[in-house]
Design a protein around this ligand. Structure first.
Ligand code: UD1
Ligand code: MG
Length: 464
């Protein structure tokens, strides 16, 4: 067989093995996360707007696990709520990572096949790496136990991996239990592992808690496996992918890594971020090809930017759709329920909430548009405010097509401006304006020629 055919054959065989071997996942999330110093359980802290734990669930999905078991601590209903139909096992008391896997034994009693153990605090892991772990398990020289490792210049608190001469895992030593020589090892334990379920539970039944933390360490299974003549194989991942989040500082590092990943993905699919490092994306931000996002733009949840649109610098968007070729910003704020239609313009210091700005419409300066519809081609002058709230309820402002609103207009909702209406600058409009009408609401002008001179001489006399 020539190489490519051999490769294809190999891939097919691998796929068959994986098909025949069921996969179950255990996601550990019972840890107290004390190092976060937060009332929010650690795994619920968000990365790019989504809980760390939800990122982990999304990553296992493409592997098609037949079972997923989430391990939570007592009083972690908020965490369990994310399980979304998966099994939830409560670990009480929390006696360590090894114990956390052990308590899943009953839930998985009828399961045979591969068990993948993931940590809820290791949210940057990718499906590709998990697939590589599976491949290492099912290769012709595969191992019953596969551990995920990574190399770090600054291994800090991670467990260190000690390999034997043939590169198999001899044991993992936790940083707290390591002597200086062991601590200087750069190969670290990412925590994740894949094993034959029966073999894993057999090993776990034999671990103890005689260590610095007095906990049942999951990592103790590696030495037991090696001693039983079935040492684990190590699959290596990039450090950025296996970062464990234990503190606020580590959460910030993970956020930066997630942001890099999202920006790279956005650009790979054709959006342009000329200053990518300053753009903050949400996990669900959709930037279509040829959308441009300038510097220092922040995306909250639920934003789509269509092709050819430009989000200018220092804008903040959430829950908004920006149509093709529209321009938003600089310094614009789009809040939930905003739809900016094709080629519309939203300029500086303009806030839009629960409102649609029609095709080609413009609100270029210092404006608040809330609970409103602005028809196609309308122009909203500087300083215009839709007064949507009367202190008790919100009301809508309906602006037709081709309407011209002068500067500094207050539109007191509920109010409707018909198509083609013109509103004079400075007006406070509290009643509906028919199509093509002009509405000006202003006090009468008083002009007094030379009046300023008379005023000054009067005041000077009074003073003197
Ligand atoms: C663990 C590993 C360490 C590895 C590091 C990678 C052990 C003993 N150590 O250390 O080798 O380098 O992860 O990030 O496994 N959890 C429970 N129940 C418990 C304790 C923890 O479910 O009783 C969960 C936590 O919620 C967390 C995960 O297990 O999601 C890891 O626990 P954590 O305390 O963060 O372990 P590390 O000290 O980071
Ligand atoms: Mg951790």
């Amino acid at each position: 067989m020539e190489k490519s055919r051999r490769q294809a054959y190999g891939d097919e065989m691998k796929a068959r093995v994986e098909e025949q071997t069921g996969l179950a996942c255990i996601v550990l999330a019972a840890g107290k996360g004390t190092r976060m110093r937060s009332s929010l359980p650690k795994v619920l802290h968000p990365l790019a707007g989504k809980a760390m734990l939800a990122h982990v669930f999304d990553t296992v999905l493409p592997l098609g696990p037949e079972r997923v078991v989430l391990v939570v601590g007592p009083d972690m209903d908020q965490v369990a709520a994310l399980a979304n139909g998966y099994d939830v096992v409560v670990q009480e008391p929390q006696l360590g990572t090894g114990h956390a896997v052990q308590v899943c034994r009953d839930a998985l009693a009828d399961f045979e096949g591969d068990l993948l153990v993931l940590y809820g605090d290791t949210p940057l892991i990718t499906s590709e790496t998990l697939a590589r772990m599976r491949a290492a398990r099912h290769a012709s020289d595969g191992a019953a136990l596969v551990a995920l490792g990574f190399r770090s210049r600054d291994p800090g608190a991670y467990g260190r991996m000690l390999l034997d001469a043939s590169g198999r895992l001899e044991r993992v030593v936790e940083a707290l239990d390591a002597d200086p020589a062991t601590r200087s090892i750069g190969l670290c334990n990412a925590g994740l592992l894949l094993a034959d379920a029966g073999f894993l539970f057999e090993l776990l039944a034999r671990i103890g808690s005689d260590n610095a933390k007095g906990e049942y360490y999951l990592t103790d299974i590696y030495e037991l496996a090696a001693r039983s003549g079935r040492p684990a194989r190590v699959v290596e991942a990039e450090e950025a992918e296996v970062l464990g989040v234990n503190s606020r500082a580590e959460l910030a590092v993970a956020e930066a890594a997630m942001q890099r990943r999202l920006r790279e993905a956005a650009m790979a699919s054709g959006a342009f971020l000329p200053h990518p490092d300053s753009v903050i994306l949400n996990h669900d931000t959709v930037l279509e090809p040829d959308a441009t996002v300038e510097a220092n733009v922040v995306f909250g949840p639920g934003v789509t930017v269509r092709s050819g649109a430009r989000i200018r610098a220092f804008s903040h968007l959430e829950g908004a759709v920006v149509g093709a070729n529209a321009v938003v910003g600089p310094y614009a704020r789009l809040r939930p329920g905003t739809v900016i239609e094709e080629a519309a313009h939203v300029g500086n210091f303009v806030e839009v909430k629960n409102a649609t700005l029609g095709r080609g419409a413009k609100a270029n300066h210092l404006t608040y548009i809330g609970d409103a519809t602005v028809g196609a081609g309308s122009n909203v002058g500087a300083g215009t405010i839709t007064c949507n709230y009367d202190g008790f309820a919100k009301h809508r402002t309906e602006i037709g097509e081709g309407v011209f609103i002068g500067s500094n207009v207050a539109l007191v909702a509920p109010v409707t401006l018909g198509d083609g209406a013109v509103i004079g600058a400075g007006s406070t409009v509290a009643e509906d304006v028919p199509a093509d009408a002009v509405m000006v609401v202003r006090a009468d002008a008083k002009l007094k020629p030379e009046g300023a001179k008379r005023y000054r001489s009067k005041r000077e006399k009074q003073k003197g």
